[in-house]
Design a protein around this ligand. Sequence first.
Ligand SMILES: [Zn+2]
Length: 120
Amino acid sequence: MSWIWNLIQQRQIRNLEDRSADTLLGNKENRRSKADLEERIDQLSLISEAMWELLRDSSNISETMLLNKVEEIDIRDGKLDGKKDKSKLCNSCGRKINPRRKQCVFCGETEIIESAWEKV
Ligand SMILES: [Zn+2]
């Protein structure tokens, strides 16, 4: 459960970082916005940590298992870089597809595998 929350949080943090980058160009209001985003990231980190501790304390899931799962998810895109590949996989040929596409450019398949995380 916590790893699910962590993935949601990672996505939210990435979105916040993207938005935060835009503030670097700006004025006072943008600097204030960046501070707000940092505060939200801190809040999300606290919530994520609390969720993890609740899960850990009420299950047999260890810190090592959590870290291994994070690494397992991270490496799925072939790169251990602390980021999650947003590509989708084609149901028919299994190739990676741009997440914005609704159809496989390799085989024409229209039913692209989506996970709950891609919908968040
Ligand atoms: Zn395909």
